[in-house]
Design a protein around this ligand. Structure first.
Ligand SMILES: Nc1ncnc2c1ncn2[C@@H]1O[C@H](COP(=O)(O)OP(=O)(O)O)[C@@H](O)[C@H]1O
Ligand SMILES: [Mg+2]
Length: 254
C-alpha cells in the first residue's frame, strides 16, 4: 500500500499547492516514485503552476460508468500528476454537490493508472468540509501535513482542522509555516514581517510538530509560474527549506 500524505489547511492561500508540488518534485529528484493528486476541485491550480494544459478535448466528466478506463497521470519532473483540471475545460467550474464530488474524488485518487508509487501526495481545498471528509473516508490511512502562515487567522482556522483530525484519529505528520518572513535579497538578513503567533493560539499548541519554515520567495512571474521554485530557484532560502522539509518528511515516514 502506498502511503498517502494530504496537504491541508484551515485557511486558503497559505501555500498548500505550492508546498505539495515542490515537495513532490523534490522527492522525485531523490529517486522516490511520487504521485500527486490535485484534489482542489474548486481551484485546481497545480497544472497551471507548471504550465500543463488539459490533454483531452472538452467533454462532460463521466463518473457513474463502472467501465471507464483508468486515467493516465501526466508526468512532470518525474512526478505523476492527476488533476481535476485535466478532466474539464479551462473555465468550467466544478460547482457540484455530494455525492458527485465523492465520485470525482474516487476517480482522481483510485481510478488512475499510477503504477507502483512510494508516496501519493494530495492537495485539497482549505477547510473541513464534505470534500475533506470524503477523502479521509476514501483513504482511511492518509496522514496529514498542515500548512499555515504566521498569521492569527491561519492558525485560528488551522486549529479547527487539527481538532477535526484528532477527533477522527487521522494521523498528523506535522505542520509547516509558509511565507515565514523574508531573506533580504541585498543584505541577506532575515526579516520576520509578522510577529510569531503565540503558542496558545497556534496549531503548535495543539501538539502539532513544526517541520519547517518556508520564507517568502518572489518566483511568481505574474503570468503563471512556469516551474516550481525547487527547480527555478533551488538555491533560494525557500528552495533549501523545502528540500529540508522533504527530507524530514521521508525520515518520519520511514
Ligand atoms: N513561500 C512563498 N513565497 C512567495 N509566494 C508564495 C509562497 N508560497 C506560496 N506563494 C504564493 O501564494 C499564493 C497562494 O499559494 P497556493 O500554494 O496557491 O496556496 P493554497 O493552495 O493554500 O491556496 C500563490 O500565488 C503562490 O505562488
Ligand atoms: Mg491550492
Amino acid at each position: 500500500m502506498t502511503q498517502t500524505i494530504v496537504f491541508a489547511s484551515g485557511k486558503g492561500g497559505v501555500g498548500k499547492s505550492t508546498l505539495a508540488l515542490n515537495t513532490a518534485v523534490t522527492l522525485a529528484q531523490q529517486g522516490l516514485r511520487i504521485g500527486l493528486v490535485d484534489a482542489d476541485i474548486y481551484g485546481p491550480d497545480i497544472p497551471a503552476m507548471v504550465g500543463l494544459t488539459r490533454r483531452t478535448p472538452a467533454r462532460s466528466v463521466t463518473l457513474w460508468q463502472a467501465d471507464i478506463p483508468a486515467d493516465e497521470p501526466v508526468e512532470y519532473q518525474g512526478v505523476k500528476i492527476m488533476s481535476a483540471q485535466f478532466l474539464i475545460a479551462e473555465d468550467q467550474p466544478l460547482d457540484w454537490q455530494m455525492p458527485l464530488v465523492g465520485l470525482l474524488l474516487r476517480r482522481l485518487v483510485h481510478d488512475v493508472a499510477w503504477g507502483d508509487l512510494d508516496l501519493l501526495l494530495v492537495d485539497v481545498p482549505p477547510g473541513t468540509g464534505d470534500l475533506q471528509q470524503e477523502l479521509f473516508a476514501l483513504v482511511p490511512d492518509a496522514r496529514v501535513v498542515l500548512v499555515v502562515t504566521p498569521q492569527y487567522a491561519a492558525h485560528l482556522d488551522g486549529r479547527k482542522l487539527v481538532s477535526m483530525l484528532q477527533r477522527r484519529t487521522i494521523s498528523i505528520v506535522g505542520g509547516v509555516e509558509n511565507m515565514s518572513g523574508l531573506d533580504c535579497p541585498s543584505c541577506g538578513d532575515h526579516i520576520a514581517l509578522f510577529p510569531r503567533v503565540a503558542n496558545e493560539y497556534a496549531i503548535w499548541g495543539q501538539g502539532v510538530e513544526e517541520l519547517g519554515r518556508i520564507p517568502f520567495c518572489a518566483v511568481d512571474s505574474g503570468r503563471g509560474t512556469p516551474s516550481p521554485l525547487v527547480v527555478s530557484a533551488p538555491e533560494s532560502a525557500a528552495g533549501r527549506e523545502i528540500v529540508a522539509f522533504a527530507k524530514k518528511l521521508t525520515s518520519i515516514l520511514d
